[in-house]
Write a protein of this length. Sequence first.
Length: 117
Amino acid sequence: MSNSTTIKQLLCIASAAALFTFSASSSAAIDVEAAKSLARANNCFKCHSESKDKDGPAYQKVAAKYKGKADAEARLITHVTTGEKAKFPDGHEEDHKIIKTKDMAEIKNLIGWILSL
């Protein structure tokens, strides 16, 4: 892999566009405990759970929504890293909390776990 290819990939990751390429084909094993730990550390379980809706949808519902979609990983990474609007059951919107890590491997592991449910 050339340096220019590596640089292009890093730029695409920063914008979440290149993640489309890696979405379903990522062969890295999911570290469930690390994903849950990151979710706990970022208070994700305040609004989400694995199987029951709270203020946010259950992660199983999120996985079902994105099942088979090539851009699922990129879409969710953008959602948790940019603070875009989240819609609540009562109709109001708030900025989604941004994951407090810049480690893309940790973020991808979290998203991979959510999509695996």
